[in-house]
Design a protein around this ligand. Structure first.
Ligand SMILES: O=C(O)CCC(=O)C(=O)O
Length: 339
């Protein structure tokens, strides 16, 4: 596919900011009150409940929220046509076979636009926490924060706490219904991993080498699903993800990875697998669902336009993070089974 890489009108003013480094602002998490929630009831287990658009959120008050909302939306499946909330059985099979599947035009365009707004605002005002390209030293990255391009963002972290539009996205029935099919009815969204807006900027992006996301994650079972939403076109030219079908089902020996847990391209047996790669070419609103063991990589952005993707990860409720690990370091977002 030829990358059209057309420019979204919102990007025009943003382009002027690329390369500039405005003063850093304090990280401003979204608090419960900002979400316009109504704390009006007591849930079955004594939790406070609140209304938020068509969802009911149960807020577990005993948990330290640390700027994040821990909630259990009970999705009203009767208000939306059933099929809009589900993947086809072919897509479910594809996910289990390949370790990923793309659902086209899943996200509402208005929601995508708002997410893009929130992203550009965060980047324009340098709202921390931000991971910079220079921080990771991946191939192609600027040599340091003081080097040319050193202030280029790689991802805006804690995306969920940046704007309520992200809460609407992660809890939207069309998304949750599908993740439930891939995992189980009771879901939890981790705030400790992904939970970010990935960006590839035109001049100073880097290559992410082949890896499995689970490498630094610690859960009872290596079975999480990440949801990658494109806010604009993604193609090989601007650094789209590339994935190795079926790699989530392979038990790799440790020595097939290097010291940083990247899959070694110098080994012939790895090379053979890498040659089966598939590029996830996406348009705004398309969603890539991928397993945390699926090997994936991404190149640099060789176009003139930035690329933005919103990424969150879900686990089954009975697959908790291991105590004391980074995976257990933040509260999580709980999604009870639909009633
Ligand atoms: O966009 C990229 O460079 C790859 C991101 C990625 O693979 C990750 O964050 O796990």
């Amino acid at each position: 596919m030829i990358c059209r890489n057309s420019e979204h009108p919102l990007l025009q003013p943003y382009r002027k900011l690329i390369g500039l480094s405005p003063p850093t602002q304090e990280f401003t998490p979204v608090h419960l009150a900002d979400l316009n929630l109504r704390r009006d009831d007591k849930g079955q287990n004594g939790q406070a409940t609140a209304s938020f658009s068509s969802y009911r959120l149960m807020v577990h008050e005993s948990v330290s929220l640390q700027g994040a909302l821990m909630a259990t939306p009970a999705i009203d499946t009767e208000t939306t046509a059933g099929s809009a909330l589900r993947m086809t059985s072919a897509d479910v099979e594809r996910f289990h076979r390949d370790g990923f599947v793309i659902v086209r035009q899943l996200a509402d365009p208005g929601l995508c636009e708002q997410m893009l707004h929130a992203t550009l605002d965060g980047l324009g005002r340098c709202i921390e926490p931000i991971e910079y390209e220079a921080d990771l030293s991946y191939p192609g990255a600027p040599g340091g924060r003081e080097a040319a391009g050193g202030q280029t963002a790689r991802r805006l972290q804690q995306a969920h706490a940046r704007h309520e539009v992200f809460t609407r996205w992660v809890a939207c029935p069309e998304l949750i219904g599908r993740v439930r099919q891939l995992l189980q009815p009771s879901l939890v969204m981790t705030l400790a991993h992904h939970n970010s807006i990935m960006t590839k900027q035109p001049r100073y992006s880097s290559d992410t080498r082949w890896h499995q996301d689970i490498r630094y994650w610690s859960f009872a079972r290596p079975e999480l699903v990440s949801v990658w939403l494109a806010l604009g076109e993604e193609c090989e030219e601007n650094g789209s993800l590339r994935l190795i079908p079926g790699s989530h089902r392979i038990d790799f020996a440790r020595d097939r990875f290097d010291d940083l847990a990247f899959f070694r391209p110098d080994l012939p047996e790895n090379r053979a697998l890498i040659e089966t790669e598939v590029a996830a070419e996406l348009q705004a609103g398309d969603v890539l669902f991928f397993h945390c063991r699926t090997l994936h990589a991404a190149g640099r952005n060789r176009t003139d336009n930035p690329k933005f993707s919103v990424v969150f990860s879900y686990r089954a409720a009975d697959n908790p993070p291991l105590p004391g690990t980074r995976s257990a370091s933040l509260p999580e977002l709980l999604f009870a089974p639909a009633e």
